[in-house]
Design a protein around this ligand. Structure first.
Ligand SMILES: Cc1cc2nc3c(=O)[nH]c(=O)nc-3n(C[C@H](O)[C@H](O)[C@H](O)COP(=O)(O)O)c2cc1C
Length: 394
C-alpha cells in the first residue's frame, strides 16, 4: 500500500518528505510481525486498500489566478481552536512502536496545536497522559466492555482528568480476523518463538528497548485497566477483544454513556448514513466516519466514498470527521471538500513514533500540514474552511 516515490535507502527522518518515507524508516526498526500488526487489516484487506484507492481516484478542480498568497489551516473542533484540520486517532498498544507510546504522541499533538485522542487500550494510563499535557485539548476513546462497572469507572476517570470529549468506538463488537496476525501467531504480549528468531535478530535495538520496557517500564499493558498486573495471560489480540468487549452493545448503551458524561460525545466507526442520522437524533455531537482503517469488517466501502451520504444525513446538526488512508495533505483537502470538518490519522503517527518517538510524530504532523498548505496554494484556495465539493471533479 505504498503512497509515494520509493524512499532512498538509508533515509533518515530529517530527510523524510512524506508519510511513506517515515513508514520506511519505521519498518526498518520494527520486527515484521509488529509492522504487520500495525499495517494489517481485516481478512483480505480489501477495505484497507479501498480507503487509499478511492482517495487516489479523486481529482481536484483548481481555480487559476485567485490569489492564494495568504492561507490558513486553522479551524475548530467542537469549539476548540486547532492549528489544522487534523487530529490523532486513538491507537491502542502504542508501546509496540515506542516505549513512550501514547504519552509521546499526546505531547507531539499538544506541541503542534492539534487534538489527540487517547485510546482506552493505551499502555500509558489516561492520568499519566493528562498529567504530561495539562493544558492541551485531549479526547478519550472508550470501548464498551462486558463489565459495565469497568466501563463507567474509566469514563469517570477520564472526565476527572480533564479529557474534553468522549469518543465511543462502535465498530468493534468482536475482534476481526486479521490474517497477517494469524499467520504470524501474533499475541499480546508477543511470544517469541523459533519462527520469529530471524525477525528478532534482525531488529535487536527494538528487542532491547522492548525488553527493557517490559521489565522496567510500562510494557505492553492495559494502562487504564490495572497495568501489568492485569495482563497475566498471553493471547491473540482477537481473543482478548472477544473476552472483554460487549458484542451486545446497543444505542441504549450510548445513552447510558451519555448519562455518565456531561461533555461532548463523538461516535466513531460509522459508515452507514442511517446510523449517522440515529446518532444525531440521540444528541451525539460529532460523527466520526471510520472503518477502523480497514482493520475490522472487510468489504466495507472506503470512508471517503460514504462521507458525502453521512454529511447529508447529519445535515449540519453535528460535526463530521473522517479517517482511513489519510497519508498526504492533499487527502485531507479531498475529505474536507467532501464535507469532513477534520481528518484523523492512525498509522501515520505510529510510523513516526516507531521512527523517533515524539520527534517522529511531530515530523508526521508537520509534513501533513506543509503538504496541505501547498495543496491549498496550488488549488488557489485561501482557507481550509472554504473547501467544498466545487473544488473537486465529480
Ligand atoms: C495499531 C492500531 C491500533 C488501533 N487501536 C484503536 C483503538 O484502540 N481504538 C480505536 O477506536 N481505534 C483504533 N484504531 C483505529 C484508528 O483509530 C483509526 O480509525 C485508523 O487507524 C485510521 O486509519 P489509518 O491508520 O489509515 O489512518 C487502531 C488502529 C491501528 C492501526
Amino acid at each position: 500500500m505504498r503512497n509515494g516515490t520509493v524512499p532512498p535507502r538509508g533515509l533518515e527522518l530529517s530527510h523524510a518528505v512524506n508519510v511513506e518515507d517515515v513508514r520506511a524508516i519505521a519498518n526498518r526498526r520494527l520486527p515484521a510481525a509488529v509492522s504487520d500488526f500495525i499495517d494489517g487489516g481485516g481478512e483480505g484487506e480489501i477495505t484497507l486498500h479501498r480507503n487509499r484507492h478511492s482517495l487516489d481516484a479523486i481529482m481536484f478542480r483548481p481555480r487559476a489566478l485567485s490569489d492564494a498568497s495568504t492561507r490558513t489551516l486553522a479551524t475548530t473542533m467542537l469549539g476548540t481552536p486547532v492549528s489544522a484540520p487534523l487530529a490523532l486517532a486513538p491507537v491502542g498498544l502504542a508501546a509496540l512502536a515506542h516505549p513512550l507510546g501514547e504519552r509521546a504522541a499526546a505531547l507531539a499533538a499538544a506541541g503542534a496545536g492539534i487534538v489527540s485522542t487517547l485510546s482506552s487500550s493505551s499502555c500509558w494510563s489516561l492520568e499519566e497522559v493528562a498529567e504530561a499535557t495539562p493544558d492541551a485539548p485531549k479526547w478519550f476513546q472508550i470501548y464498551v466492555w462486558r463489565d459495565r462497572g469497568i466501563t463507567s469507572d474509566v469514563v469517570q476517570r477520564a472526565r476527572a482528568s480533564g479529557y474534553k470529549a468522549l469518543v465511543v468506538t462502535v465498530d468493534v463488537p468482536v475482534g476481526a480476523r486479521r490474517e497477517r496476525d494469524l499467520h504470524n501467531g501474533f499475541t499480546i504480549p508477543p511470544r517469541p518463538t523459533w519462527r520469529h528468531t530471524g525477525d528478532m535478530l534482525g531488529h535487536l535495538p527494538w528487542v532491547a528497548r522492548f525488553g527493557w520496557d517490559e521489565m522496567f517500564g510500562h510494557g505492553l499493558t492495559m494502562g487504564n485497566f490495572g497495568g501489568k498486573a492485569a495482563v497475566t495471560q498471553r493471547m491473540a489480540f482477537m481473543e482478548r477483544v472477544n473476552q472483554r468487549f460487549d458484542p451486545g452493545m446497543t444505542w441504549d448503551d450510548l445513552e447510558w454513556l451519555r448519562s455518565l458524561w456531561d461533555g461532548p460525545m463523538v461516535v466513531k466507526g460509522i459508515t452507514n448514513e442511517r446510523d449517522a442520522a440515529e446518532a444525531v437524533a440521540r444528541g451525539i455531537d460529532a460523527v466520526w466516519v471510520s472503518n477502523h482503517g480497514g482493520r475490522q469488517l472487510d468489504g466495507l466501502p472506503a470512508t471517503i466514498d460514504v462521507l458525502p451520504a453521512v454529511v447529508d444525513a447529519v445535515d449540519g446538526k453535528a460535526e463530521v470527521y473522517m479517517d482511513g488512508g489519510i497519508r498526504r495533505g492533499s487527502d485531507i483537502a479531498k475529505a474536507l471538500a467532501r464535507g469532513a470538518r477534520i481528518c484523523m490519522i492512525g498509522r501515520p503517527y505510529i510510523y513516526g513514533l516507531a521512527a523517533k518517538g515524539q520527534a517522529g510524530v511531530t515530523k508526521v504532523i508537520e509534513l501533513l500540514k506543509e503538504q496541505l498548505d501547498n495543496t491549498l496554494a496550488l488549488l488557489g484556495c485561501a482557507s481550509v474552511e472554504a473547501l467544498d465539493q466545487d473544488w473537486l471533479r465529480s
